[in-house]
Design a binder for this molecule. Structure first.
Ligand code: AMP
Ligand code: ZN
Ligand code: FE
Ligand code: FE
Length: 285
């Protein structure tokens, strides 16, 4: 069983449509794939409609959170997408991405970059708009050679010259909301320090005590030492350990299934979830 529990589509900042994503996941030999777009479940219906037989879809989202001034991402799986409290918070965060992206465009204009909101909006399409879309506009304009090169202090990295904050959820509140909607929480790439500051282990311990289910350990942004340390921490705290690609199509370098999750951990996630069931593929549209 090959299980990849963290992927993005055009419903946020990935480049595969949800239908393309599930087809590519099957072609990559995956048995289980999770669709975890930033702050939205909008891609789920299309992914389910296109789901090839032999592939199971885990519905989810990656929730933007912040604690002590440090941004972090919380993967949420198999929650009820209609549950009102989580739905309201998810939409608040997703909708606030629009004025925030406009604020980044304004900062770029002040820095002399002739980027227009219409350009970013075209690149984002229907997806919840994020920094990778702004970064793609900078690539189009020849300001930076790749999307990754826009994530520096000169441009869009946390605290960078053109960075703007968005509304983000307190992670304790996120855990409470996801549990209230029958879902399971996994702290995404908790030690990805290339992206900016990360939360200390003491906070991970507090999140664990508050009901966090697991941490993502095998991820492209963690080196071997970091993975070892996180595995030890998970053992001490009784947290599940996941691995996943964080696939974004052509907007990032990682491949589907580049990192995977142990089938026993996946089984435990499905046992704990009560908000939704994994969807077995029936052939697709
Ligand atoms: P946002 O949610 O709009 O703040 O954008 C954060 C997203 O940008 C992350 O989820 C990643 O997909 C992407 N990202 C963050 N850091 C980098 C980086 N160094 N290179 C490429 N993409 C990045
Ligand atoms: Zn992303
Ligand atoms: Fe993330
Ligand atoms: Fe992600």
């Amino acid at each position: 069983m090959r299980i990849d529990l963290h992927c993005h589509s055009t419903a946020s900042d990935g480049t595969d449509t949800p239908a393309e994503l599930v087809r590519n996941a099957a072609a990559a030999g995956l048995d289980v794939v999770a669709l975890t777009d930033h702050d939205t479940t909008r891609g789920h219906a299309e992914a389910i409609a296109a789901l090839p037989s032999g592939l199971t879809l885990v519905t989810g989202a990656e929730l933007s959170c912040r604690i002590g001034g440090v941004g972090m991402h919380m993967l949420a799986y198999l929650f009820d997408p209609e549950e009102p409290a989580l739905l309201a918070e998810r939409e608040l965060v997703r909708d606030d991405r629009v004025p925030r992206a406009r604020a980044m465009v304004a900062k770029l204009n002040e820095l002399g970059v002739p980027v227009a909101w219409e350009q970013v909006a075209r690149i984002a399409g229907e997806g919840s708009v994020g920094r990778p879309h702004v970064a793609a506009a900078l690539v189009e304009l020849g300001v930076v050679p790749t999307v990754g090169d826009a994530f520096t202090q000169d441009w869009l990295a946390d605290g960078g010259r053109a960075y703007a904050e968005k509304h983000e959820t307190d992670p304790f509140e996120a855990i409470r909301l996801v549990k209230g909607a029958g879902g399971v929480t996994v702290f995404a790439h908790p030690a990805a320090d290339k992206r900016g500051r990360t939360v200390p282990e003491s906070v991970i311990a507090e999140l664990s005590a508050a009901g966090l289910d697991g941490i993502e350990v095998d991820h492209m942004d963690h080196d071997a030492d970091t993975r070892g340390r996180l595995r030890g921490l998970a053992k001490d705290l009784g947290l599940l350990v996941t691995g996943s690609s964080d696939y974004h199509g052509s907007r990032k370098t990682c491949e589907l299934g580049e990192y995977t999750t142990d089938p026993e951990v996946y089984a435990e996630i499905t046992r704990r979830a009560t908000g939704a069931f994994p969807v077995p593929g029936t052939g697709g549209a």
